[in-house]
Ligand binder design. Structure first.
Ligand SMILES: NC(=O)c1ccc[n+]([C@@H]2O[C@H](COP(=O)([O-])OP(=O)(O)OC[C@H]3O[C@@H](n4cnc5c(N)ncnc54)[C@H](OP(=O)(O)O)[C@@H]3O)[C@@H](O)[C@H]2O)c1
Length: 267
């Protein structure tokens, strides 16, 4: 277990949901956090909450889908803290539509830009600093990065890309002291379901999820913080996530049925 007090952290997608809960969890552990997302006001008020809990925090408005913003985020964090120990790639967006119902395929480009290429570019700008500190990269992916999920084809593809990239990087970085932790949450209460892009290219507006039946963001954040302290390789958060890895090899049609039911039951 490594103490997170004083650790210099970039956290993307910090303004809402899992990222916001994780920022507060890290602040309680007295970490120093560069909070990134697009909405400046929400970041500034979160930075105040983090300071009140004992952490240090700076707000760095960032569109992770923009390469220059990724460079700027890395520069601002290093300027504020003098280096970096941990980069948490958490910002993400999703879709909610069958592929054959989609009216606009632009969502596939956007999903790849935000969920996959953003983390790639931010890694390029932060890796030299992580090598100096033998630091940690944390990729908040999804169970959808490990199996197919209906009505999430573009999201699942972007999360498979993300996991493929970071699993490859882990091997390349083996001799550098930089570790990679992949987080694969199951459903979590957050804004992502309301913001999911539907068949017409617009956000759904309402969450189709039964929020009372899924994990809360603070619970998810506490598990992520523990995985960071342990520099765990992979964090799976649900029984079906853990079983699913074996079922995918031994009985792939069963995992397809579980994924189909998981989506049907949430409608
Ligand atoms: N909730 C779930 O059920 C679930 C399950 C598995 C995995 N995950 C993953 O967990 C991560 C966090 O999701 P969440 O559920 O907490 O979602 P959320 O509540 O919608 O929060 C998403 C965060 O990402 C930020 N963001 C979105 N687009 C961005 C962009 N282009 N540039 C920078 N920041 C951006 C948002 O802030 P701004 O809009 O202000 O930029 C917000 O802070 C995502 O990677 C998601 O795929 C979620």
């Amino acid at each position: 277990m490594r103490d997170l007090a004083g650790k210099r952290i970039i956290l993307t997608g910090a303004s809402e949901g899992i990222g916001r809960a994780l920022a507060l969890e890290l602040a309680r552990r007295r970490a120093r956090i560069a909070l990134a997302a697009r909405d400046r006001d929400r970041l500034e008020s979160l930075a105040q909450e983090c300071r009140a809990l004992g952490g240090e925090a700076v707000a760095v408005p960032t569109d992770i889908g923009n390469q220059q913003d990724c460079e700027w985020l890395a520069q601002e964090a290093v300027k504020a803290f003098g280096g970096l120990d941990i980069v948490i790639h958490n910002a993400g967006i999703t879709m909610w539509s069958r592929f054959d119902a989609l009216q606009d395929f632009e969502i596939f480009d956007t999903l790849m830009r935000v969920n996959y290429l953003g983390p790639v570019h931010l890694t390029a700008h932060t890796l030299p600093h992580l090598k100096q500190s033998a630091g940690l990269i944390v990729a908040v992916a999804s169970l959808a990065g490990m199996t197919g999920v209906p009505e999430r084809s573009g999201y699942a593809a972007s999360k498979h890309a993300m996991i493929g990239f970071f699993d490859s990087l882990r091997i390349e970085l083996a001799a550098t002291g930089v570790d990679v932790t992949v987080i694969a949450p199951d459903f979590v209460v957050s804004e992502i379901h309301k913001r999911a892009i539907g068949a017409n290219g617009e956000p759904l507006g309402d969450s189709p999820m039964q929020q009372s039946k899924i994990m809360t963001a603070p619970e998810c954040a506490a598990q992520i913080a523990r995985a960071i302290e342990r520099r765990q390789r992979l964090l799976l958060m649900s029984t079906r996530g853990k079983l699913g890895r074996w079922l995918k090899i031994l009985a792939p049609s069963v995992i397809d049925r579980i994924a189909a039911r998981a989506i049907r039951d949430r409608h």
